[in-house]
Design a protein around this ligand. Sequence first.
Ligand code: G3P
Length: 497
Amino acid sequence: MCETFILSLDQGTTSSRAILFNQKGEIVETGQQEFEQFFPKPGWVEHDANEIWTSVLACVAEVLRKADVEPDQIAGIGITNQRETTVVWDKHTGKPIYKAIVWQSRQTEGICKELREKGHNELFKEKTGLLLDPYFSGTKVKWILDHVEGAREKAEKGDLLFGTMDTWLVYKLSGGKTHITDYSNASRTLLFNIYDLEWDEELLEILDIPKAMLPEVKQSSEVYAKTVDYHFFGHEVPIAGIAGDQQAALFGQACFDKGMAKNTYGTGCFMLMNTGEEGVTSKHGLLTTLAWGVEGKVEYALEGSIFVAGSAIQWLRDGLQLIENAPQSEDFATAVDSTDGVYLVPAFVGLGTPYWDSDARGAVFGLTRGTTKAHFIRATLESLAYQTKDVLDAMIADSGIDVSTLRVDGGAVKNDFLMQFQSDILGVPVERPVVQETTALGAAYLAGLAVGYWKNKEDIARQWRNDHTFADSMEVKKREQLYSGWKKAVAATREFK
Ligand code: G3P
């Protein structure tokens, strides 16, 4: 009999990917396609949902062709996605009525501010574990209903559907038959009560969003639908796992026990700690979120969200054209011994954990006549590590758990300089796994569990392999001195508005 695989669709912020995994949890082949980023106004970020859909199909075609695998060799499909990004489409035509508003986009700050001023912040936090920040989907849905002509009436008549990217892709893959999401994605909408595990009527009323638009919420690992016979799936393949990318990475890193944490360096940077079957309420600017619903129970996580990480490196490459490719940033950073006192705060779309400052914008400090491109690039890389330190400190303060090692993944973990500096600034060893595509791996595991490709979580945990541990080697005094410079830079950035 032919070998079978799990196909993971990783729909990210700047590109879509399709990755085939074998039973050992190894990557067999990858397909990838970037898509356009729209910046209609400062601080706004949008995507074309149809372009995303076709990019996913192109990735599937690419991966199957490169791996020489037939659709009937795919045992199941797992979907993982940039979270919160919001699309609203017409139920009858399947056409989006507006561009997808991306998680990074700040266009709903006005709505959030008004709700905060009315004193709603605590209510939203209590029920959803989130804050009234433009980051989350709820105010994006409201914005679309308020701004697209005729949208609200249509929504009230039940003619519109809302979805995050998981929902949109399942809808398209199933030929428009299935409108669902999973717990992890629902928990990022600002509309879902993470304790009652239901869409919250009171919050929907405050945001004036008709419930009929919302998808049905499912477990993160179960067969939701089968693909219809699009070219690549002449075969009906079960879609069997869904999780938002950060929760999928937590699963892919096998952080199954309470207190285990991972940090993913993607477009943004997201640290999640598994807190087991109980949600922990943060006092330090972290979010409480659903990790997943698996084997009939839900588990929670504490999350620190950094909006700009890998996208700062992309900005060095595409915006400033200081480097030709991301790996070059490491060559420049290691060409100098330090940043020579330069700090870069990449608050391009505001600041997330622990500051939650929507209006802050990026800044550079400490420039001298001697500052070179290398110092500037190094300061950009170091900003990822400092932001992570802000988050880890909040995590330890909230959970009372002393994180003894941090598992890392995502594109930027290939950068040895960054990983070593990360460990030095945290004072904690950083563990980089062999498979660094843990987001896609997590979605594959969720799908594989549902179709019996893997037996259970223990089976999966045994597959985790360490590639390299970066041990911290910086003197405490130096660490404190560097970090206090960062804190001053952040304070000054926030001051300048
Ligand atoms: O919450 C946003 C997050 O899901 C985006 O992830 O990997 O595109 O930085 P990423």
